[in-house]
Design a protein around this ligand. Structure first.
Ligand SMILES: Nc1ncnc2c1ncn2[C@@H]1O[C@H](COP(=O)(O)OP(=O)(O)O)[C@@H](O)[C@H]1O
Ligand SMILES: [Mg+2]
Length: 268
């Protein structure tokens, strides 16, 4: 069942193409993310998942095709440009600085200076303010396990580091959070916590793109599932309309879904 909708996607890609030499990573990929949903992106290794989200996050530019954010044409030359448009990404290779504390990691690249002369001239950091604001952000996200905001990130567990990375992405007026395999290196309890955080982000009205290999996790949190295959969108289904076996079959090309049976937009 395709929902007839006039709602503008938060993130849209039309006919995106990206090649690396003779390798075609994106081969006319279409993509839509809508407000307030968790959209899982699944697909076999090499299907183009990471390349797709790197286009939206400003880490790479497509060779052809168009991108839109809230209906406005977007061409991101850097990740900071994407960030300014409200698109935050936690890449597969976690971008946290182990030696820095949690507060410093949250503010990496957007440090708060002390007010007045010392801040402007000596660029002195307002550590106190960053720490208190970090605590507030983490509390908002319900991350109660990160007790000590002055603790170096290298002393944290994998799940806690992931929490810092997600908190960093979610903390600063973002509307879209992209997570590339956030639980791949995590244990069961830590994964559960990150999944809970993803649901909390959605409940706060953010839109989440979740790349994952873990079908049970995808089926637990996703509203819709974008299945990528050979650089294209093979189908969009939901946990209600498809089984895990169906999704794997679509990934491998063993099954196709007619467009009128896909869930190209959230149900109204
Ligand atoms: N920077 C790169 N240089 C060369 N080939 C790349 C690069 N990034 C991705 N590719 C290739 O593009 C294809 C899609 O990769 P990727 O988007 O990482 O897939 P996925 O994340 O779905 O596993 C793969 O064949 C991969 O080897
Ligand atoms: Mg990948």
């Amino acid at each position: 069942m395709t929902a007839a909708t006039t709602v503008t996607p938060v993130v849209q890609g039309i006919d995106l193409v990206k090649t690396f030499g003779r390798v075609v990573a994106l081969d006319g990929m279409n993509f839509e993310l809508y407000s307030g949903e968790v959209l899982a992106v699944v697909g076999d290794n090499g299907a183009g998942k990471s390349t797709l989200i790197k286009c939206f996050s400003g880490a790479q530019s497509p060779d052809a095709g168009e991108m839109f954010i809230n209906g406005e044409h977007a061409e991101f030359k850097s990740t900071s440009e994407a960030r300014r448009h409200g698109v935050e990404t936690v890449f597969q290779t976690l971008a946290v600085s182990p030696a820095l504390d949690i507060a410093s990691n949250l503010y990496l690249g957007r440090e708060v200076r002390k007010p007045g002369f010392v801040g402007k001239v000596f660029r002195t950091l307002d550590k106190k303010r960053m720490r208190s604001e970090s605590s507030a952000h983490l509390k908002n996200l319900g991350i109660s396990t990160l007790q000590n905001i002055t603790q170096a990130v290298e002393t944290l567990s994998g799940g806690q580091r992931q929490a810092v990375a997600v908190a960093r992405a979610a903390a600063f007026g973002s509307q879209v959070i992209i997570l590339d395999e956030p639980t791949a290196a995590l244990g069961v309890n830590e994964s559960a916590r990150v999944l809970k955080m993803i649901q909390d982000l959605r409940d706060r009205g953010l839109s989440v793109i979740l790349i994952s290999h873990n079908m049970p996790q995808v089926f637990e949190v996703a509203n819709r599932i974008h299945v990528a295959r050979l650089g294209k969108r093979a189908a969009v289904v939901t946990p209600q309309t498809a089984s895990m076996n169906d999704v794997v079959a679509i990934m491998t090309g063993a099954m196709t879904v007619p467009e009128e049976e896909q869930q190209l937009a959230p149900a109204p």
